[in-house]
Design a protein around this ligand. Structure first.
Ligand code: GLN
Length: 203
């Protein structure tokens, strides 16, 4: 059975756990470094990337997660999780004491946090992922503003203004998958199924 952990420090990890369990995966809430052992895959949920970053460091999880990523563990990051998988954050938060928000990294891309504007905090858009139509929910979502040559773009949404190219909202680089949107709050299983297939080497 496929064993998939969900990083359960902050954010909507319960929704991911339910969705994965519904698809037949054996699931685990990951809160300590020991929890990473024996996983076939890891999901980093949506939430607040500044908080996930801080808690992961405090709980001693940041370095082990980086090592797992480097070691080839399949990891899927949704929204805040996408930010955590980006090698570069264009507009990181600066906390008290001048601590700059960090990420686990792994995907050769720069993300812009809260890229879709402040007035429109959340919206729903039909898009295509891996050839399948899907209704995608965006909540204060990031966007990949540049991606390296090894990054595969899996979904885009049209730019609002003429002359603005399509905006990148789903990417894959090797063992890593990231989406700006939240498939765990919509009806479609396409993203979670795709990720489970990745953990089995079938995608
Ligand atoms: N804006 C949040 C962040 O920067 C992400 C929002 C989300 O995960 N829904 O982490």
């Amino acid at each position: 059975m496929t064993r998939i952990g969900v990083l359960a420090l902050q954010g909507d990890f319960r929704e991911h756990l339910e969705r994965l369990a519904g698809l037949g995966a054996d699931t685990l809430s990951v809160r300590r470094a020991e929890d990473l052992g024996g996983l076939d895959g890891l999901v980093i949920p949506g939430g607040e990337s500044t908080v996930i970053d801080r808690l992961a460091r405090n709980y001693g999880l940041a370095a082990p997660i980086r090592a797992a990523i480097a070691g080839g563990l399949p990891v899927y990051g949704s929204c805040a999780g996408m930010i955590m998988l980006a090698d570069r954050i264009e507009n990181p938060a600066r906390g008290s004491g001048g601590v700059v928000q960090g990420s686990f990294g792994g995907i050769d891309m720069t993300v812009r946090r809260n890229a879709f504007g402040r007035q429109v905090d959340s919206f729903e858009v039909p898009l295509t992922f891996n050839g399948q139509p899907l209704e995608a929910v965006f909540i204060r979502a990031p966007e990949a503003i540049d991606v390296g040559p090894d990054v595969q773009v899996l979904s885009t949404v049209p730019g609002q203004d003429a002359g603005i190219h399509d905006r990148i909202v789903a990417v894959r680089q090797g063992n890593l998958l990231a989406t700006s949107f939240h498939p765990e709050v919509t009806g479609s299983n396409a993203i979670h199924e795709f990720f489970i297939n990745m953990t089995r080497g079938d995608a």
